[in-house]
Unconditional design. Structure first.
Length: 268
């Protein structure tokens, strides 16, 4: 009897690791839906639509396309820069599609897909205050709190006067109230902010980009099957022409944030 009991324990111990190692892709497929963390105040990537009571934008359309290719129902959950990675680690969401830059620091925390947008970080500033890269060291700058961009600014311009804000509305308010002389963010977001300013002629976007990097989909570390499936879906979306159509919808010549598309998804 004792030997039988020991054999049972051994068999159970051999099964437990296999069960514990059930990967995210299998679990996601089992429930039939994928929960995607998106922003609701960063147009044109993600913005709350009061009429439909839903979030709309480039990230949402790309998320829908990815989920469709994977045979899953997309469920969107609002996140912010400061909590998006923690929500992923806490399994509150399955993926991050919320302006997640493909940088070495981010890659230490999460696994990343191919870049599905090429982001150029710039400044929106009062006219004349940024005339060279040296001016980033001396002007007051608003930046989103808790994200890679804040870390990059502190590292790249250690003497800069940085003031942090949770997201777009607070960044805009800091600039228009005079609390800061400039704000830094993704070019597309800055164009969106600039277009909404009542006295937009007072501001400019100097041609001194802070960095250029791909925006990617984030998932938990070690989820190789999930990353492969997402990269396959992104490649199909690119090759079918759907990626370009989605891009034109939000960044085309007839939009409020016209930015020429100069990238292909599966190259970054």
């Amino acid at each position: 009897m004792k030997s039988l009991y020991c054999a049972y324990l051994l068999a159970a111990s051999m099964l437990m690791p296999a069960q514990a190692q059930a990967d995210d892709l299998d679990q996601i497929k089992a429930k039939g839906e994928i929960v995607i963390g998106v922003k609701d105040s960063s147009p044109p990537f993600g913005e709350f639509n009061p009429k439909t009571k839903t979030v709309m934008g480039y990230d949402i359309d790309m998320g829908v396309a990815v989920a469709k290719r994977m045979g899953l129902k997309p469920v969107f959950k609002t996140v912010e820069t400061g909590n998006r990675v923690q929500l992923l680690l806490d399994r509150k969401i399955d993926l991050i599609m919320a302006s997640l830059g493909k940088t070495p620091d981010v890659a230490k925390q999460v696994d990343l897909s191919y870049g599905y947008f090429m982001n150029q970080t710039k400044a929106l500033a009062l006219k004349g205050v940024i005339r060279s890269y040296d001016d980033y060291y001396t002007v007051s700058i608003g930046v989103t709190a808790g994200g890679p961009l804040e870390k990059l600014m502190r590292k790249q311009f250690p003497s800069a006067v940085l003031v942090t804000a949770p997201d777009k509305p607070e960044l805009t308010a800091m600039l228009t109230s005079g609390k800061v002389q400039s704000i830094v963010a993704a070019e597309a977001l800055l164009i969106s902010i600039w277009n909404e300013l009542p006295n937009k002629q007072r501001y400019e976007m100097p041609d001194y980009p802070i960095n250029v990097n791909p925006i990617a989909i984030g998932m938990r570390k070690g989820e190789t099957k999930l990353r492969t499936a997402i990269n396959r879906a992104l490649t199909e979306i690119e090759d079918s022409g759907e990626a370009e159509r989605i891009y034109e919808r939000w960044f085309g010549a007839n939009t409020t944030t016209p930015i020429p598309r100069t990238f292909r998804i599966n190259r970054y």
